[in-house]
Design a protein around this ligand. Structure first.
Ligand code: URA
Length: 264
């Protein structure tokens, strides 16, 4: 992205323009998975296809390792942990493990680069997502795409996006603990399949799910946490920035940190 584009994106975020970011090293670009075609808006999943084993990504150092959060997998979870993309998507599409399935139009599996070095975790589908079958397609999603573009990233090229729960919580409420737990093996498997260099929790529900602690986002920001060996950054949910545009500066600070960590 050239400087003019970046300035344009920052304006879209409602932010003043900062000095240009350091260029991404060419070697890093080669390490990013080739872009996979985006699905049409109504498709539930970005081309699920079994992927060969990938070499381990270099791990970033966690400055403040979070306590080991993940509970031991349930028996059924052990099966899910072996599924490939296609089988996992099918399993999610047929899921009735919690009450959320009763009111869904469809499940919302995930979207983006299945080998992306960056993986974003949101809370759960909203109305638009439930209708279209893709995460973050409403107003918060547009802001999220602008935020990604501001650091030279996109869901179609190098970033994977999934939610804590795959069915819409009624009235866009936060997923309950049992609903997040019922979906946890799916998200765990998505993370394992993507193998991101960096995870970003968008909002408190995602942070609670990944870190196993119910700490306010404001306290978790600015540190590098850990999810089963993968570094985690916590930032506010894009919907929060829509509600509180004055705090977008914090989002931009987090984006710069994300960009720097991915460039390491
Ligand atoms: N909010 C989320 O957390 N996820 C979505 O997919 C859409 C809105």
């Amino acid at each position: 992205m050239d400087a003019a584009q970046r300035d344009e994106y920052l304006e879209l975020l409602g932010l003043e323009v900062c000095p240009a970011a350091p260029a991404k090293p060419a070697a890093k670009a080669a390490a990013v998975a080739p872009a996979k075609p985006s699905p049409p808006a109504a498709a539930p999943l970005a081309s699920p296809a079994p992927e060969p084993a990938k070499p381990a990504r270099r791990k970033l150092t966690a400055e403040q390792p979070a306590p080991a959060a993940a509970p031991a997998p349930k028996l059924a979870d052990a099966d899910i942990a072996n599924l490939d993309w296609q089988a996992l998507a099918a399993k999610v599409a047929a899921c009735t493990a919690c009450g959320l399935h009763q009111r869904r139009t469809q499940t919302v599996f995930g979207v983006g680069a299945q080998s992306g070095s960056l993986m974003l975790v949101g809370e759960g589908p909203g109305e638009q997502e439930d209708l279209l079958g893709e995460p973050f397609v409403g107003a918060a999603g547009q802001l999220l795409d602008n935020m990604l573009a501001a650091i030279g990233r996109s869901r179609s090229a190098d970033t994977y996006i999934a939610n804590v729960v795959k069915c819409r919580p009624p009235g866009n409420r936060k997923p309950q603990e049992d609903e997040a737990a019922a979906c946890s093996a799916y998200l765990d498997r998505q993370i394992a399949l993507v193998g991101p260099k960096l995870l970003v929790a968008l909002g408190g529900a995602a942070a609670a799910r990944l870190l196993g602690q119910d700490t306010p986002v404001g306290k978790l920001r600015g540190q590098i946490h850990d999810y089963q060996g993968t570094p985690v950054i916590v930032t506010y949910h894009p919907a929060y920035y829509l509600r509180k545009p004055a705090d977008k500066r914090k989002g931009w600070d987090d984006l710069k940190r994300i960009r720097a960590l991915l460039a390491e």
